[in-house]
Design a protein around this ligand. Structure first.
Ligand code: 0PR
Length: 379
């Protein structure tokens, strides 16, 4: 830090330069984030100094969080006091870490616990393994890239405390059979965490015949991220447990705060993100989110049809607004798309395919331009 501070004008000029170096979302087809809704930004700004780490000072924001949890509860068919069984995290990673931490604390009778996740699970579970010392066993996938139930079953032993299912995988947007995982979890008397970080704000707004939430008896916790498809601001994640007692397993004594217990992983926690999530969910309502999702799905369809005309298929038929295009030499095509045309796409691990997430900032016109450049890049 320099001895003398800069003027406001100088700082704003530096910031403008830094911002210009950032990528705007116009040609970003690789991200699960997007421009937040205007009302989310307004709310976030209004509550910018609010700290949920010391909720006694901010009862107004605390009440907004309670109302968001009640809204989550309705969306996810929660039956038992959702406002006492979860909190707004910083995102999918914190929610997943905390869900597994709760399982570990609840089952402290098991000295060397393990959990079973799908090979397709998000890398946040590798952080869980590293942090907690819990053994993470990875089940294989079937030919549609859903977790294979026989593989899950074969990995369970007397030290298994829980299973993880994914409702909207990061790479392919695939839906694991949560109903069958739920049956298995009940049969074995173990926990079942559902990672719906992405799918949680997509699936409820589609006409899908798919059960993945607390309607299923075996589901004990869920991750659902407002900073992805809900158009809230970063950092806004959600974690909900079936029972308040699973949430209470995260309790830490806080001797010098305005309240004497804390459940979150982080200490200081953004009240801005709480207010923004409340504001955008109240503003859009089910009808608003249905429109967001149906627009994304219609752009997804346009991409798949356009790719098909170029002779490019998809690894699986897209279920959500995530498409994996099966192009030969995917890494090279990705590089060409970026270097020659400025498109950001990502690559799936196995099989290697071009991964495109159709977030709300991607419109039909974007896809028309992209397909023209894709045709050149695959030549
Ligand atoms: N669970 C699932 C199913 C996810 O897809 C993700 C994130 C997480 C958990 C973790 O969420 P947080 O990143 O909020 O902790 N999936 C994206 C990914 O890793 C996140 C992302 C978002 C990546 C924007 C890039 C990007 O530009 O691909």
């Amino acid at each position: 830090m320099e001895e003398n501070g800069k003027t406001k004008e100088e700082i704003l000029a530096f910031l403008k330069k830094a911002k210009a170096a950032d990528t705007n979302y116009e040609r970003v087809l690789s991200s699960m984030c997007t421009y937040p809704h205007e009302i989310a930004v307004l709310a976030h700004t209004q509550f910018i100094e609010s700290n949920m780490g010391d909720p006694g000072l901010f009862p107004g924001t605390f009440d907004l969080e309670r109302q968001v949890l009640v809204m989550f509860g309705k969306m996810l068919h929660h039956k038992n006091c959702p406002e006492k069984a979860g909190y707004l995290t910083t995102g999918g990673t914190e929610s997943n870490i905390q869900a597994i931490r709760s399982m570990k604390n609840f089952r402290h009778d098991i000295p060397k616990p393990n959990i079973i996740i799908a090979r397709s699970a998000h890398f946040s579970f590798d952080k869980v393994a590293n942090l907690s010392g819990i053994e993470i066993r990875k089940a294989s996938l079937d030919n549609l890239l859903k977790v294979d139930l026989d593989s899950v079953r074969s990995l369970i032993d007397e030290n298994t405390i829980g299973l993880v299912g994914i409702a909207g995988t990061t790479e392919f947007g695939q839906l694991d059979p949560i109903d069958e995982l739920s049956e298995l979890a009940i049969e074995k008397n173990i926990f079942l965490h559902v990672d719906a970080a992405f799918g949680g704000f997509v699936i409820p707004f589609m006409d899908l015949d798919y059960s993945y939430d607390f309607k299923l008896e075996g589901v004990t916790s869920m991750t659902i991220d407002p900073h992805k498809m809900a158009l809230s601001t970063i950092p806004s994640g959600g974690l909900l447990f079936k029972e308040p007692e699973y949430f209470e397993c995260l309790e830490i004594h806080t001797p010098y705060l305005s309240v004497n217990k804390q459940y979150s992983l982080t200490g200081t926690r953004s009240g801005g993100a709480v207010a923004s999530t409340y504001a955008v969910m109240k503003h859009l309502g089910r009808k608003g989110y249905k429109k967001v999702v149906s627009d994304c799905m219609s752009v997804t369809k346009k991409l798949v049809e356009g790719a098909d005309k170029l002779g490019i298929g998809t690894v699986i038929d897209p279920v959500l607004n995530i498409v994996a295009l099966d192009v030969p030499e995917a890494d090279l095509v990705r590089k060409k798309l970026l270097d020659e045309h400025g498109w950001h796409v990502s690559i799936t691990r196995d099989p290697r395919a071009l991964r495109i997430v159709i977030m709300p900032h991607i419109k039909n016109e974007t896809i028309e331009l992209f397909l023209k450049d894709l045709a050149k890049a695959v030549k």
